[in-house]
Design a protein around this ligand. Sequence first.
Ligand SMILES: *Cc1c(COP(=O)(O)O)cnc(C)c1O
Length: 438
Amino acid sequence: MLSQPQTFRPYDGSAAWHPFTQMQEFLETPPIVIKRGEGCWLEDQGGKRYLDGTASIWTNTLGHAHPELDHALREQLDAIAHSTYLGVTHEAGARLEQTLARISPANLTRVFFSDNGSTAVEVALKLSFQYWQLVGQPQRTRVLAMEEAYHGDTFGTMSVGGSHLFHERFHHWFFPVDRFPRPAEDGLDMDSVLEHLRATLDRTAGQTAALLLEPWIQGAAGMALQPKAFVQEIEKICRKYNIHLILDEVFTGFGRAGPMLVCQDMNVEPDFLCLAKGMTAGYIPMAATLASEEIFDAFLGEYLEYKHFFHGHTFAGNPLAAAVAHRNIQILESLIPSEDHQKRLQYFGDKIENTFSEHPGVSAIRQRGFTCALDLNTEASRAGHQVALHARNHGLLLRPIANTLLLVPPLIISTEEIDYLCENTANAISQTLSNSTL
Ligand SMILES: *Cc1c(COP(=O)(O)O)cnc(C)c1O
């Protein structure tokens, strides 16, 4: 007998375990149960609306329930939801490959799909290591990565990451990585950083496989900004020392940092490019690692030479994700260069400057593209969390990292919504810092 339809039961969290969440605290706080979304807004099951101030953790580009994205998804669903990419292909995947190759630097001709940002980086690292083995330089095992880097939470990506807070307790199981410092945003110390890198590579280049970089912005480090030209200097160094350049644009890509891709904007040709987050407009998990034809060629051979890449994720190339990603990119290609978009981007920067530069609760602002970090002017250990709780009462969802608030709205945010975001954030900060119990 079929069971009766379940009557509505209030959410009780009895089976829940959320990512990056202290569950004791989570279970003590009334949860926000998201029911639907539209544009920049999320609505909970009680009908309360919240501006999505994190773009659903940095993924949403065109807003929720975008009619054209929904349509692309439904159209694909009518054909097929999933078919493997192991040894067969499909139209949605093939079309997205071509689109990604077209919008990327000209040298990047091959697209390897996976599910998420971490896997995109794992794939780039493994491809680099295997490439050097295939061309007879197996001694190239070292990797260079920036301090405070974040490339994901799997073991390989934790190893290359430099996040003490997130990953230190797993340090025992990491592979060794050579670190280089981040130049300050004003670029005054860029020459000494480059000098440091050259000095390292003078010793290690022959054993080094790749250098990994989040260009322009290290999101998880609290929107730590680099001089824009740094990525070009890094490319020159990688060429000079003949090591691979892996760019992790999981966060910065698809308009988040301003242009469609930082590498394209800066005329930088990495050997590998990692994409995820905004690629599918924040709809469905999917990632891509792009590589050059030279790297691809090294993996070609007779089957029994076993040169091919023994790596794959079950849902690689998922057609639903590919269809929505393709439509997202088409829309972004006309949106990003448009005057309206560029004006809103300017407005976002100006509004942040005007709202927070004199705010007593804010000690530093870092803003580029549709990203912003506000360091709170306090020593109180949970102030960022408190601000986010206050912001909820003002109809705004934020996700801080320690005492840094991150404002990362969907790219289609209107000027009125930018006002709403900034003003309610400012109020939540004032309320928190005037609360003597902190
Ligand atoms: C989020 C992020 C990742 C990891 O992506 P997941 O999809 O969470 O695995 C990697 N690199 C950067 C720069 C990111 O911001």
